[in-house]
Design a protein around this ligand. Structure first.
Ligand SMILES: Cc1cc2nc3c(=O)[nH]c(=O)nc-3n(C[C@H](O)[C@H](O)[C@H](O)COP(=O)(O)O)c2cc1C
Length: 182
């Protein structure tokens, strides 16, 4: 076997789709790209997110305790990378990248109209934010945009390289122990 740096562990395990996180603080909305996230619990739905202090979004999340996690499709791939390579401290990313917004129901952060799905979230635990920049979020509402034609998601493998979601394998009939879950 060939050994690679331990720092590459995330390239093997990072499971979910790359997402964009929107925030609104002091009347200004912003968006960043995020790969480090995980589901923690079904009910209430809890999501762990790593958002570092190098991100302008970090302060916005701390100040407001609210954000939206948006799941982009393959058609937004370049935008996803570019959004994660500039800061809301310097640019209005919605204007620069022509991202369309619509108001969320529960939180001040906007929904991203061009994404496949949007999850409205509230921060419910910051105890791990200092050591690990890990915020525990509760999803309060989920919106699916059924009008998007391109439905393939992007999965970050590191260094700006992505796996593109392919076919679906539905083994639901074998999930006998977990029928009660949503
Ligand atoms: C593919 C990709 C994945 C990223 N994942 C994360 C992440 O999980 N957590 C994080 O803090 N920053 C992540 N970033 C970096 C932020 O998106 C980047 O620092 C961004 O400029 C922050 O924007 P802001 O300063 O407007 O908040 C990622 C960037 C890219 C391109």
């Amino acid at each position: 076997m060939k050994e690679v740096p331990a720092s590459h562990a995330y390239r093997l395990l990072e499971p979910g789709p790359i997402v964009m996180v929107s925030t609104t603080a002091k009347g200004l909305s912003n968006v960043m790209t995020m790969g480090f996230h995980m589901m923690i619990q079904h009910e209430p739905p809890l999501i762990g997110c790593v958002i570092g202090p190098w991100d302008h979004s970090h302060q916005a999340l701390r100040q407001t305790g609210e954000c939206v996690i948006a799941v982009p499709g393959l058609d937004l791939a370049e935008t996803v990378v570019d959004v994660g390579n500039c800061s809301g401290q310097q640019v209005d990313k919605f204007e620069r990248f022509g991202l369309r917004l619509r108001p969320a129901r529960d939180v001040s952060a906007p929904l991203l109209d061009d994404c496949l799905a949007n999850i409205e979230c509230r921060v419910v635990d910051t105890r791990l934010s200092d050591p690990y920049n890990l915020f525990i979020l509760e999803a309060t509402r989920v919106w699916i945009n059924e009008s998007r034609k391109e439905r393939r998601t992007l999965h970050h493998r590191g260094g700006g390289c992505f796996t593109i979601d392919g076919g679906t394998l539905d083994l639901g009939e074998r999930m006998v122990k977990w029928r009660h879950l949503p």
